[in-house]
Design a protein around this ligand. Structure first.
Ligand code: GL4
Length: 833
């Protein structure tokens, strides 16, 4: 490419090339220039928001320079790239993260300081990029951070939703959803109007044979929508690598504007098609661990997958390599089954467009894909109706049938005459109507399948995918335990703790090699260190208490035990068990004499999380939490001994305030239901202890930090089936303490009891599917142990420090290196500065 540009031209460009600013003054000049020219504001009307915008634009200019260099470097290296396909990227805010990753936070603090602003206020003006529901989307964001930090050539591919996850408001104690229009000002994205791809839906397939009798398939006559790329730079920490996140936005293809209607005065009619096209990337489906099964969602999936593959294939073709080398250049990771259609689309591209044979294509396809499973919940496993597929993607349906046919032929050979087996593993489920099991398709089309924590990876092999072990053998299945980025979840969210750790470990290397935290063990007995450690925790609690007072008017005493459960509201996560426990505590306090009351540990029970808008039970749980708060928080007998808070609109930026402030956090899912959990890791990394079940990553956290440093409760995953069986046959009496709680609710102590009928009957006639009654006494006993332990401040500090010292394993860097080694077979590409 170099040689094609004449020497003098090249020199002129080089001389004028954009460079990164160096030093405070240049940074300030850029901020002011953006405020005055890009935003057309001045010293006289520059508020915090304008200061944020100017700062963000200045920082963005710096990012772009290293981003361009990285992309050129990676192209020149011509190395294998990782493509992470995820329908969700829950990025949160970008400015602070970019300042820290590029090492200019101090420059920026001073710089904006001298311009009359506090950097914290400026940072606080940014709107969260909330293109995700919960753990799955945030994991994708952490992985992008690690991929860049470790210098892996990697691209994320997702959708550019106009509306991210809804904003939650609490009105009269109930969740109300408000649309999240977040794109008013987004300096972090670059529209690439030149990168656009036509995507087809519907239409029909015809078979044609050429002169040699070779048959091919033509898919035509459908509706066309255009995909436009928007690129987001992803800077690594302390490296010049800046990777790319490409998000697709939908718009009508040029032919879709109906001029005839327009000219005849039917203005609304003339833009109807246009609006329909734009709908595809309009909104994120607000479900976590629930599959909605809507046509528009399937359209989103195909739209995104087809645009991404078109891009990936185009990039590969530029290298002029033979197709069989495709898997040496491309690794595609499927973040859950949402992008499974990519398998079918790539097969279609190879056979229908590039003219490869079925076998050649299928070999390449299966060597290219890896599939990560994130849930075993049946309601979350995607199944698409065959009739829907037939109309929306007729050619893809044919290919799926063919994949299934060849697959089942192989199974038949291995297990002759086992008709049950064939039915069990078939991609097509013989229901009314027939449905396509996307997870099976993902397994069959990938070379590796992984779960996200040890227990979960074992469970998928033993339960939902058991037959596939018999078919493929065990080696196709593996585990990569999730991780979190210590840059955002320690350094950014809790700078004081990060600084204290750095002061003892002799620098910030632990942010890139989290195992170095182990060095803190040496300091565990150091009085001064312990004092500072606990002061930092208190400061974080004071900050959160202030936030709670400002937003809810509830006064919580920062010295009380902060007990936090923040995550999506779901029956399997058992926020109901938590609030039932709070009610039990309240009833008990009401019975106590003053001398006894004095001995109690004051506690603030803090909740946060969104319910899917159509998930009525989850919404009822929120209502019960707020109702309990209304009663408890105004009860004069109780005072500081118990406060119940529901924090509105839990999101990434609020998590950064909440997580450093926990004494204890709750991860109490029914054993075997939470695939991993990642907030458990974040809380412990910030010196909070956890109360949890033997589920997901809690088990590995216990192994790393030691049983003495975690409060475990409840039954084990292996007990669950039998317990459910007993409930179904009416053999289980409700736990008596839980009975008391239900009685109090039914007696109207927390308002109209009818509101909670569903919640209570889930425990009785609903057979208590999530085993709240079975775990309740263990839960209460463990909470009592938490109180007792908290009284011994020295013991608590030791547990907190020892836990953090042993959290190295849970860095997303470790997880990404494991993916690179065991699934992608990719090496890092560091760049010289
Ligand atoms: C989830 C799991 O529920 C959660 O345990 C896990 O940590 C996360 C990332 O692997 O994936 N699966 C779905 S679906 N949503 C999640 O958050």
């Amino acid at each position: 490419i170099e040689a094609s540009i004449p020497q003098p031209l090249r020199e002129t460009w080089r001389k004028l090339a954009a460079t990164e600013f160096k030093g405070k003054e240049e940074f300030q000049r850029e901020v002011v220039r953006h405020v005055e020219t890009t935003l057309a504001r001045s010293m006289y009307n520059c508020d915090d928001l304008a200061a944020y915008s100017g700062t963000a634009l200045a920082v963005r200019d710096k990012l772009v320079v290293s981003w361009n260099k990285t992309q050129q470097h990676q192209t020149l290296q011509d190395q294998k790239r990782i493509y992470y396909l995820s329908l969700e990227f829950l990025m949160g805010r970008t400015l602070d993260n970019s300042l820290l990753n590029t090492g200019i936070k101090d420059t920026a603090r001073e710089g904006v300081g001298e311009l009359g602003f506090r950097i914290e206020d400026v940072i606080d003006k940014e709107h969260d990029a909330a293109l995700g529901n919960g753990g799955l989307g945030r994991l994708a964001a952490c992985f992008l951070d690690s991929l860049a930090t470790l210098n892996y050539p990697a691209w994320g591919y997702g959708l550019r939703y106009r509306y991210g996850i809804f904003k939650q408001e609490i009105v009269d104690g109930y969740q109300v959803e408000v649309p999240d229009y977040w794109l008013d000002f987004n300096p972090w994205e670059f529209p690439r109007h030149d990168v656009c791809v036509d995507i087809m839906f519907y239409g029909y397939v015809t078979k044609v044979s050429d002169n040699d009798g070779k048959i091919s398939h033509l898919w035509e006559g459908g509706e066309i929508v255009q995909a436009i790329a928007y690129d987001v730079p992803i800077p690594g920490y302390e490296t010049s690598t800046t990777n790319n996140l490409r998000l697709w936005s939908s718009k009508p293809s040029s032919g879709e504007f109906d001029f005839q209607k327009f000219n005849s005065g039917d203005y609304e009619g003339s833009i109807r098609e246009q609006q329909k096209a734009e709908t595809i990337s309009a909104v994120l489906y607000p479900n976590d661990n629930i599959s909605a099964g809507k046509e528009l969602r399937l359209k989103q999936q195909y739209f995104w997958v087809a645009a991404s593959l078109h891009d990936i294939v185009r990039r590969f073709k530029k290298s002029h390599r033979p197709w069989k080398e495709f898997p040496d250049q491309v690794a595609i990771q499927l973040n859950d089954t949402h992008p499974t259609l990519a398998i079918v689309e790539l097969q279609r591209i190879f056979i229908d467009i590039e003219g490869l044979t079925w076998d050649q294509s299928w070999d390449i396809v299966t060597r290219t894909f890896g599939y990560t499973n994130h849930t075993v919940l049946p309601e979350a496993l995607e199944k698409w109706s065959v009739p829907l597929f037939q109309s929306l993607l007729p050619r893809h349906l044919q290919i799926i049938y063919e994949i299934n046919l060849y697959f089942l032929q192989g199974v038949e050979k291995k297990f002759p005459k086992d008709r049950d087996m064939l039915q069990r593993v078939s991609i097509i489920e013989e229901s009314q109507p027939q449905v396509i099991r996307m997870a099976y398709l993902a397994i069959i089309g990938s070379h590796k399948v992984n779960g996200v924590a040890e227990l979960h990876s074992d469970l998928i092999k033993a339960t939902i995918f058991k037959d596939f072990i018999a078919v493929f053998g065990p080696d196709k299945f593996t585990n990569v335990t999730n991780g979190i980025t210590p840059r955002r979840w320690l350094h950014q969210a809790n700078p004081k703790l990060s600084d204290l750790i750095a002061s003892k470990l002799g620098g910030y290397d632990f942010l890139k090699d989290l195992n170095l935290l182990k060095g803190l063990e040496q300091w565990v007995d150091d009085k001064e260190f312990r004092k500072e450690w606990m002061e930092i925790k208190l400061a974080a609690k004071i900050r959160l208490a202030k936030y709670i007072r400002d937003t809810t008017q509830i006064a919580v005493n920062p010295h009380s035990l902060f007990d936090i459960q923040v995550k999506r509201i779901h029956e399997y996560k058992r926020q109901q068990m938590n609030i039932f426990g709070v009610i039990y505590r309240y009833l008990r306090l009401k019975q106590m004499k003053p001398e006894e009351l004095k001995k109690q540990v004051p506690r603030a029970s803090i909740f946060g999380g969104k319910a899917a808008p159509g998930y009525w039970m989850a919404k009822t749980i929120i209502r019960l939490i707020t109702a309990v708060g209304e009663v408890v928080n105004t009860d004069k007998d109780i005072g500081d001994l118990l406060k119940v808070v529901f924090i509105e609109d839990y999101n990434v930026s609020k998590a950064e305030i909440i997580i450093p402030a926990s004494d204890i956090s709750e991860h109490i899912s029914t054993a075997g239901t939470e695939a991993s959990g990642t907030s458990n890791m974040k809380f412990v990394l910030n010196g909070g202890l956890i109360i949890g079940t033997c589920d997901g990553a809690n088990i590995e956290i216990t192994r790393e930090i030691g049983e003495d440093n975690i409060f475990l409760l409840g039954h084990l995953a292996e007990d669950v089936e039998e317990l459910r069986h007993q409930h179904r046959f009416g053999k289980v009496e409700m736990d008596p303490k839980l009975r008391l709680v239900c009685d109090a609710i039914e007696a109207g102590q927390f308002g109209d009891p009818n509101i909670y009928n569903g919640l209570i009957s889930a425990l009785t006639t609903g057979c208590d599917y999530y085993l709240v009654s079975d775990d309740f006494s263990s839960y209460l006993a463990t909470q009592d142990l938490v109180d007792t332990t908290f009284k011994d401040k020295e013991d608590w500090a030791t547990k907190s420090i020892m836990s953090v010292a042993n959290m190295g394993f849970f860095s997303a860097d470790r997880a990404i290196n494991e993916y690179a080694d065991t699934i992608w077979n990719v090496e890092p590409t560091p760049q010289k500065k």
